[in-house]
Design a protein around this ligand. Structure first.
Ligand SMILES: NC(=O)c1ccc[n+]([C@@H]2O[C@H](COP(=O)([O-])OP(=O)(O)OC[C@H]3O[C@@H](n4cnc5c(N)ncnc54)[C@H](OP(=O)(O)O)[C@@H]3O)[C@@H](O)[C@H]2O)c1
Length: 331
């Protein structure tokens, strides 16, 4: 089969479109013919050797994928070849999560194998392209905003990098609660698109001090919750943007993963700092977002679809921060 594989970590040119053996399944596994796989910022960090979860080389990435079941193992009685499925990338093991596209080969290939318990059937109303953006971005948004962050409808939430795959998902998932959503992004062009997916207010964090803008928008009150995918570079202004008893969800570190930490404001204003890892989310979160897409209440934002052979171009879009929402590969 064809796959995107790399034999060393480094720049984008380490990605090779090449022939690799089609995976052989075990008795409790299924082989899935991939119809769509979406890119995540994580793919770039893994390929560059910058992730705290290093991959075993050579590696086939791809944490997010959807397709058709091709073959089922001997012990698999509840799934049939031809079933349309999305793949839950997280295999729960006694030692912790083992993740498709990280700890074992992923969806940037014509076929992928994984335990039968990790495939989730999708209804006809949900396309493969829509399904393949749900397991990471939409589940992170749901798990972060509701399970970890406890977002309520009478609250105000600030979502950073709302033009990213995860940010655009978080905007839509947050609006489901009825909360007031303020979104940031790095260009006015992205913010125009963010308005179309339903935010209540926008801030360009490259041309303004977002904490001051938050104060203006909330009439001095600040926000209840922050969904932060950026990290160190926005930490101080995040603290300034929160109400007393506000909560910060630490989701990503594109702007740095370390900073000095002044305990004072956190203690004196009863702030909460909460980590979020999608690989700890319950399966029900994925089922919730599949259902909401089938009801047309969540509409995944897909910027570009490319053939599998053009994975390097797809990764370049993410590296250049030029995409809005998700970039998809169709083998
Ligand atoms: N904890 C979890 O379980 C989890 C799950 C999913 C994602 N994440 C994290 O969330 C972040 C976003 O992931 P994604 O896949 O949605 O990313 P993405 O689609 O590639 O978008 C990343 C966006 O972040 C913004 N950004 C701000 N500062 C940046 C910087 N210094 N370098 C690069 N981009 C910067 C850019 O938007 P602007 O141009 O608007 O600035 C960029 O387009 C990543 O850190 C990822 O690891 C974490």
């Amino acid at each position: 089969m064809k796959a995107i594989r790399y034999h060393e970590v480094g720049e984008i040119d380490v990605l090779k479109f090449e022939d690799v053996p089609t995976p052989e399944i075990g008795d409790d596994e299924v082989l899935v013919r991939v119809k769509a796989a979406s890119l995540n910022h994580l793919d770039l960090r893994l390929r560059a050797g910058k992730s705290p979860r290093p991959v075993k080389l050579p590696h086939v990435g791809g944490v997010d994928a959807a397709g058709d079941i091709e073959i089922v193992g001997k012990n698999v009685t509840d799934l049939k070849p031809g079933t349309r499925v999305v793949l839950d990338p997280t295999v729960k093991t006694p030692k912790g999560p083992s993740v498709m596209g990280v700890n074992f080969h992923g969806g940037f290939a014509e076929f992928v194998k994984l335990p039968a318990t990790n495939v989730v059937p999708i209804p006809q109303e949900v396309s493969y392209d829509e399904a393949c953006v749900l397991p990471v971005c939409y589940v992170t948004a749901w798990y972060g905003l509701y399970d970890r962050g406890g977002l309520r409808k009478d609250e105000t939430v600030l979502i950073h990098a709302a033009g990213s795959g995860t940010g655009s998902a978080a905007v839509q998932v947050a609006k489901e609660s009825g909360a007031y959503v303020i979104a940031t992004a790095g260009s006015d062009e992205k913010l125009e698109k963010v308005k179309e997916i339903g935010v209540d207010a926008t801030i360009n964090y490259n041309t303004s001090d977002f904490s001051q803008e938050v104060k203006k928008i909330t009439e001095g009150k600040g926000v209840d919750l922050i969904f932060d995918q950026i990290g160190a570079s926005v930490w101080e202004n995040n603290l300034k943007s929160l109400k007393t008893k506000g909560r910060i969800l630490l989701v990503g570190v594109v702007g740095g993963g370390q900073t000095t930490f002044n305990f004072g404001p956190v203690i004196m204003r009863d702030l909460s700092v909460l980590g979020v890892t999608v690989f700890n989310a319950p399966r029900q979160n994925l089922i919730n977002v599949i259902n909401l897409v089938s009801l047309n209440r969540l509409k995944p934002v897909i910027d570009k679809r490319l053939p599998l052979s053009e994975a390097a171009q797809a990764q370049k879009m993410l590296e250049d921060r030029s995409q809005f929402g998700k970039v998809i590969l169709n083998p």
